[in-house]
Design a protein around this ligand. Sequence first.
Ligand SMILES: O=C1O[C@H](COP(=O)(O)O)[C@@H](O)[C@H](O)[C@H]1O
Length: 233
Amino acid sequence: MDAPARNWHEFASSETLASGFAKTVAKILSEAIGARGKATLAVSGGTTPGLFFRALSHEKIDWAKVIVSLVDERFVPENSPRSNAGLVAANLLQNEAAAASFVGLYSTAADVESAAKHANDVVGQRVLPLDAVILGMGGDGHTASFFPDADNLATLLDPDAEANVLPVHAPSGIEPRLTLTLPRIASAGFIALHIEGAQKRRVVEAALDDEPHLPVRAVFDHAKVPVQIFWAP
Ligand SMILES: O=C1O[C@H](COP(=O)(O)O)[C@@H](O)[C@H](O)[C@H]1O
């Protein structure tokens, strides 16, 4: 397979990226609301998106018609500092965006397998299809919870997977995880990869050139629309 196109959107700083990227995502959501009366957005967690979330929360769109969900989640309750839902609640579902609905992936199930079954159904009923997906990426080339050492990586990355959400066990992921599967991400109407720093840029370039085994590459290969990379040093 040929290397996918690179669509870089480069900003001078995290702050200018956050505000420019927020305007782009707000426009996508507004267009979806105009077209079908609602918009669905799945966002990532981790250390990168906080500033962007805060900028997006101030955008003046019809947030009551927006459903926000997650690309992936750690199997931890929302009050854990490791919870992606907690990050979204504290930073995105504020200000104008407080009117949005939120559908998370975590539930107080006995184990991550049961939680994934529950999330699979809820996401299928309330969230899909996705108008916009915001991905992050770790320095190991994982995106969503597609960790290189996940015991079910091939299933997670199966372009024909029937599941919406699957459990993940990966030593490098620390806790068990819940993640959207590749085809649910790849079929979104807008797909952005938000990364910051020279090292992550090198990882993306490597994934697109000579390291196609890195999990993030699978999104580029199967996305229905070209993946847009938002980057700041
Ligand atoms: O564990 C996760 O990591 C990735 C990347 O996070 P970052 O801290 O390097 O920004 C994130 O995209 C994913 O949602 C999260 O669960």
